[in-house]
Design a protein around this ligand. Structure first.
Ligand code: WTA
Length: 836
């Protein structure tokens, strides 16, 4: 492995539903939530249109208002007028290419295959196969039998108008493709970890041809108490094909390690005890702290000793429902230290959602805080936890211990409700613990954490990650996708309640010994310059956020950004949804002063780490494209029959083989794991996303192809919202779809049928929204409620969501054939009621 020893991989890693029938207006339904159908159909995943679903958005983002000034036409204008669009990072495109971006759709540009000054194809093996790009015609699948019925998914239709492109044909969301190339300047490339396409190609080739050698060399740079087993030269085993038996993935089995030891002790032992591991910035400016690797290790040790003292052992679950205090990542690391499985629940989920998760994983202990301020809003976390624990108890599971961090900045201890015998103040039990804590050496395949994603049936899916492969993969992806250099300060704005906060706020950066910024607040409090103020305060070098935040800040104009220097910034990152070119360009030009490459990282809770991502310096970027697969990742774009497409094409994004941080199962439900992710396309992991690959081999994510709505970069199952709506006694039936939202990416649009005889009113609308807030959380609140005396259904009673999506998008002239509906008149009625 010559490239591996050339230093590219050396550095930081090697140094150290209700069912009662009420009168329903309209025909029978089987696919929206209805009182008569008992909320949700079936027990398994919603077929055929639901392959994945998960959980959702941040309260702050979802609270943001809807107007936006962002528009793709702004870019076209500025590009055209300046003749050539070239930043310091080095954009290259002909003016004609830019002004030729006709037919703007969605929030930005439509793509077009106009002249690119230079075509690159890092995956040279990927020769275009004539004809395979035409798997979808006019946004519909080509004729042919399908192993899974994807017809209804595809009938979602596309708003992609350019005939020469079918980029969005597999997904509802429109890809906004732009062929402008941005290339890092020479200085950047010279110093980059992956400094050329050639280097990437060489390493990528090794990683897929001999993954065992490739990943073992990287894994060797961590501490293993005992080395993993090697069988016939292999360090991993996998079966990704349901036809060949149970789906199974193992990496580094037999190896004994501990991710907490690798993230903390290793650096302390290497003499870095006094280096800052985490800057904590509170919601209120002026409230901050910094902890060194030594401090962090002490804190983690104390929490782990306490957990042991109350009987938490290796393999036990611990639920963490905390705001973004230092104590949140500390709690995660403390669990990892003793081999307990942490299950962090985003502290924006309602009591019902928390109770559901508690009942499922049965934690010995719940760790929480009494409250938090988010912007100007106080959130009483303790009452939510109390409510959840009460519900869990009614459902048959009692949590013995609830540890409450007294967050004095947000609320007073004496105002906190208390259950004697169960509740205990964090501050009363943790600081008195010893700062020495034995490490529990665990097998690489022992579980590290559970993270629930909302299921399309309403039952959340507990995505389970194991230890060794996750450790190796998150550390390596962090390092390369951000071109991390030792000593740099990195800020990820994600909450630890989501996967990004696990992999790229906690584990990935700390494993690399990076200094991370942990921010408790929201980007717009006290003003829209807060992020850049923080960047300057801590000299942040790498800044990682979501398109929804970028769009929200972009709406406030350039001034709040330019007020701050941002000189320290070197690399920017994006995650959660496709970033539209207008936001990309603003992020690049205004935030990054046309100096910083943007790593648009595509990945999922299930993948644990980046799957398709730029490696800054390695190759030119195209705004809106996540570019190329990470080492070891073998993406496949397949048609509706599961046939792999080659060259330029559009279809369903799958992965052909395991990568070290593949999720191992869904907690307690391996059959659902197989059915949801591996059964739709035999032999592949199915991501649930649509994807286009352009002629240069760049990957363009086009959004979900299932009934999952991506709100502010977080996933919400439409079925979950429907189920919450029909919990309202006056709601007879509900069908929920996503629609374009200028800040959130997608918003939630709910069609609601009321119980016979009930009058529609604004009060009822508010009550329905409140119902969803209390059942799921504020972030899942519908943006629009559309009264629906009837829903468009086929004669067999299936709701035609394609039509609802068109109505939601005001594309009334594109409704298509409605003659197969049981009652075509329903559509007209819905159109009439659109703005009522
Ligand atoms: C979407 C978040 C386009 C996608 C890490 C995926 C993206 C889902 C991107 C996973 C990106 C995430 N470009 N789409 N860079 N990143 N997505 O599990 O639809 O919360 O399936 O993980 O977000 O969301 P999850």
């Amino acid at each position: 492995m010559t490239t591996l020893s050339c230093g590219v991989l050396s550095g930081p890693i090697c140094c150290p539903a209700p069912s009662s029938a009420r009168g329903v207006r309209g025909a029978a339904g089987s696919s929206g939530a209805s009182k008569r159908s008992g909320g949700r159909p079936g027990n398994g995943e919603r077929e055929p249109s639901s392959f994945l679903s998960a959980s959702s958005a941040s309260a702050s983002a979802s609270d943001s208002s809807t107007s936006s000034s962002s528009s793709g036409s702004d870019i076209t204008a500025s590009c055209s007028s300046s003749g050539v669009f070239r930043g310091r990072f080095g954009a290259r495109a002909s003016p004609s290419a830019l002004s030729g971006a006709a037919g703007r759709v969605g929030r930005g540009w439509t793509g077009a295959t106009f002249g690119i000054s230079r075509a690159i194809c890092p995956l040279r093996c990927m020769a275009p196969t004539p004809g395979t790009g035409a798997a979808f015609t006019n946004g519909r699948p080509a004729a042919g039998s399908s192993q899974v019925d994807l017809t209804s998914v595809l009938s979602v239709d596309t708003r992609y108008k350019t005939e020469t492109h079918a980029a969005a044909s597999a997904g509802e969301q429109v890809v906004e493709e732009t062929q402008v190339l941005f290339e890092a300047n020479e200085e950047f490339r010279k110093n980059a970890l992956v400094s050329s396409t050639e280097k990437y190609e060489e390493m990528y080739k090794q990683s897929v041809e001999d993954p065992d050698t490739f990943w073992s060399e990287i894994a060797s740079q961590f501490h293993w108490e005992k080395k993993w087993d090697v069988t016939d030269g292999k360090v991993h085993t996998e079966n990704f094909d349901v036809r060949k038996g149970p789906i199974k993935v193992e990496w580094f089995k037999g190896g004994k390690t501990n991710i907490c030891y690798n993230a903390l002790d290793r650096h302390v032992e290497a003499g870095r005890a006094n280096d800052v591991a985490m800057f904590w910035e509170g919601n209120e400016p002026g409230y901050d702290s910094s902890v060194t690797f030594g401090n962090l290790l002490d804190l983690v040790s104390q929490v782990s000793n306490y957990l042991r003292s109350v009987g938490v052992k290796k393999g036990d679950a611990v639920v963490i429902y905390m705001p973004m205090l230092v104590e949140l990542p500390v709690a995660m690391l403390a669990c990892a230290r003793i081999g307990a499985i942490h299950s962090v629940v985003f502290a924006g989920f309602s009591a019902d959602s928390l109770a559901q998760r508690i009942s499922d994983c049965k934690p010995k202990v719940v760790l929480t805080a009494n409250g938090v301020m988010r912007g100007t809003k106080f959130i009483n976390l303790k009452t939510i936890v109390d409510d959840a624990l009460k519900q869990a108890k009614q459902e048959g599971y009692t949590v013995e211990t609830s540890v409450v961090f007294a967050n004095e900045v947000a609320t007073k201890k004496e105002e906190t409700a208390w259950v004697e015998g169960r509740d205990i103040w964090w501050q009363d039990v943790i600081p008195s613990q010893s700062t020495k804590s034995e490490v529990e050496w665990v097998d690489a395949e022992d579980p590290l954490f559970l993270l629930y994603t909302s299921g399309s049936t309403g039952k959340p899916k507990g995505v389970l990650h194991s230890t060794g492969g996750y450790m190796v993969y998150t550390a390596t992806t962090f390092k390369h996708a951000f071109d991390y250099r030792p000593g740099e300060v990195y800020w990820c704005t994600a909450d630890c309640g989501w996967i990004t906060g696990h992999s790229y706020l906690t584990y990935g950066p700390l494993l690399n010994g990076a200094t991370v910024v942990n921010f408790e607040g929201v980007p717009t409090y006290p003003d829209a310059g807060r992020c850049w103020e923080i960047v300057d305060k801590y000299n942040v070098n790498i800044f990682y956020t979501a398109p929804t935040a970028i769009r929200a800040l972009m709406r406030e104009g350039d001034k709040p950004v330019k007020k701050h220097l941002r000189k320290s910034l070197r690399v920017l990152g994006s995650v959660g949804e496709p970033i539209n070119p207008a936001a990309w360009k603003w992020y690049y030009e205004v935030v990054g002063d046309s100096r910083c490459p943007i790593s648009d990282t595509w990945w999922q809770t299930e993948t644990g780490g980046f799957m398709i991502t730029p490696m800054p310096g390695g190759w030119p970027l195209k705004p809106g494209s996540a570019t190329f697969p990470f080492f070891g990742v073998q993406p496949a774009i397949v048609d509706e029959n599961g046939k792999e497409l080659h060259g330029e094409c559009s279809g369903y994004l799958c992965v052909k083989a395991s990568w070290p941080s593949t999720f191992r199962t869904l907690f307690g439900d391996h059959p659902r794991y197989e059915t949801t992710y591996f059964a739709p396309f035999k032999g592949f992991y199915f991501s649930g996303d649509g994807c286009h690959r352009d002629k240069d081999g760049y990957y363009w994510l086009t959004g979900r192809v299932d009934d999952v709505i991506n709100v502010s970069g977080h996933r919400i199952g439409s079925a979950e919202v429907e189920s919450a709506l029909v919990h309202h006694p006056l709601c007879a039936e509900a069908a929920v779809v996503g629609y374009d939202h200028e800040v959130k990416g997608q918003g939630i649009y709910a069609f609601v049928t009321l119980v016979e005889g009930v009058e529609y009113s604004d009060k009822l609308r508010k009550d329905l929204i409140a119902k969803v807030r209390s059942q799921i959380g504020p972030f899942a609140a519908p943006d629009i409620i559309h009264w629906a005396p009837g829903l468009p259904k086929t004669r067999s009673g299936k709701i035609m969501r394609r039509i609802l999506r068109k109505i939601a998008a005001s594309q009334i002239d594109e409704l298509g054939d409605v003659s197969t509906l049981a009652d075509p008149g329903v559509v007209e009625q819905l159109i009439e009621l659109r703005d009522k």
